[in-house]
Design a protein around this ligand. Sequence first.
Ligand code: FAD
Length: 611
Amino acid sequence: KMEVKDKFEGFWRLSKLGVEVDKDPGKDFLGVSHALLEQIAKVASLLPAEAFTVVRKSFDARKLLKTPKFVYTVDMNVEKLLSSEPRLWDFISEMEPKVGLVEHIPQEKAVGDLFSLLNDCKKDLEGTVAGDADSHCNIPSHKPKVAVVGSGPAGLFATLVLGELGADVTLIERGQPVEQRGRDIGALVVRRIIQSESNFCFGEGGAGTWSDGKLVTRIGKNSDSVQAVLRTLVHFGAPRSILVDGKPHLGTDRLVPLLRSFRQHLQALGVTIKFGTRVDDLLVEGATIKGVKVSDVTKNPPIHSQELSYDAVVLAVGHSARDVYQMLLSHNVGLVPKDFAIGLRVEHPQQLINSIQYAALAAEVQGGRGKVPVADYKIANYLSGEGAESSYSSASRGCYSFCMCPGGQVVLTSTNPSELCINGMSFSRRSSKWANSALVVTVSSKDFESLNFHGALAGVDFQRELEQRAAVMGGGNFVVPVQTVTDFLEERTSGMCLPQSSYRLGVKASNLHELFPAHLTKALQDSILMFEKELPGFISKEALLHGVETRTSSPVQIPRNSTTFESTNLNGLYPVGEGAGFAGGIVSAAVDGLYAGFAAAKNLGLITADI
Ligand code: FAD
């Protein structure tokens, strides 16, 4: 027995445990069900549920599976298991061949908890100061003053870290708090009145507030930094299911109260929050930032040019703040063009996507209230720039679906009336009758140059040109140009009889195949034909393409030092998040803000260790 004990102490992570839909308690149940125990071993009556913790639950409806399943990853605590039932030694020693994938974890996996980490940092610093009067760490003699510009996920997490670690932080946001922002968005959707500073892109929570609130990221769900972000969101009111769900998502209705409680926490820490305040310029001396120039944009015309001094400025302005890029160039802050993606947003009836993905099981979706999740998809196609396919121009490129919003709606993400661009959002239930997703193709400097766009902001100019063309195609007033997928493929105008759209400000039949340069249209058309092979029924008269999707990620990067996070041109400036080209999506922007917050805290002498 001792040998077995040595081998099996600690924790075991059991993966790929499938439970059939009719035996599973359903998508919202995250505990250890009887059916799951049965899967872990065929000795369910002996297994105590408290010895197991569900760490991941996903729904798998891939067509190669005979029966769709919920797929679990479970951690088993050997000590708890044995204390309740010593006879389980036999079960443990035979377990390996029974469950497909088993990983031994000698100690419980550390989970990223931001607040404990912040507390440790604070204790560490107190210890250093108290224990070593001659310490070489540069403990500041005054509270460093930091401006964080932008209250999107990057700005909020940088503010949280710096505020907790004792900096005197001012969070400056051009848009409005969520309460007023909600009213401004309402006026846009109902009365077509756009507020240039408070809309789907600008305002508390940043671009991700009126969004689908998907919390998926390519960084890796189990990395400490992602777990730290997700746990912090739970602390501020997100459901615990986001820690376990394979495809966590919140929806706008959950994001709004979460942001309110995030704000209250920051205010309790002593952070000053200035809404309706836009940073128009930087105060620079030599190669060092000294502060910012702001204007009060709640007044019409805005009241300009208050100068505010800071020791450091975290720039987390997102990638719709094109005025900020221009302003940075005037200070010779280097900007580097970056590849991004452009395309169209396709919308299908959600029922059609449910049937394509789930076949007969589609009935179980029940508008988001059923046992199985509302169906989504993720499709991608690689287009070679070589040989016969060279009609895509010489560049190889990817074409893929992006930011899929099942049970969602198409929304306007323009910040002024002469430019038209769109995105998708949803509520937590994902109960609308539509499924939308961006279908985009990657573009690079080669594309911009061939269209005569040059310089650091060539990508921004290309985006703007497409958005202006889309606004003209729609005929103004935020009406969106649309074309059915079949007509886009056949390059003909859709007739008057368009399928319904979730977009609230009106759609107009247009020749979307003429919106892009021909090689990009061809890349999209060929990829749609490929997607049909993967999702038969995707090409349908009911599938409506909306133009234009341009703001998938930042078209520029603001170079920074990889350790200190400071701009390579300007000391004390910390470019972070999506606008700086270091993130794409809510969670990765939050992670970048978090690391930047720690890096700035270290540079300002608030902590001694690198995080
Ligand atoms: P942002 O969120 O863009 O925040 C920047 C903030 O800076 C804004 O609030 C802006 O008002 C402020 N600002 C800009 N300029 C100034 C200035 N000069 N002075 C003061 N303040 C300024 N991502 C996902 O991961 N999942 C999703 O489901 C998802 N859905 C989306 C739906 C929509 C409609 C949109 C528009 C985006 C969606 N995204 C989604 C993308 C996601 O929102 C962004 O990747 C993320 O918000 C980027 O975070 P950020 O903090 O870097 O910048």
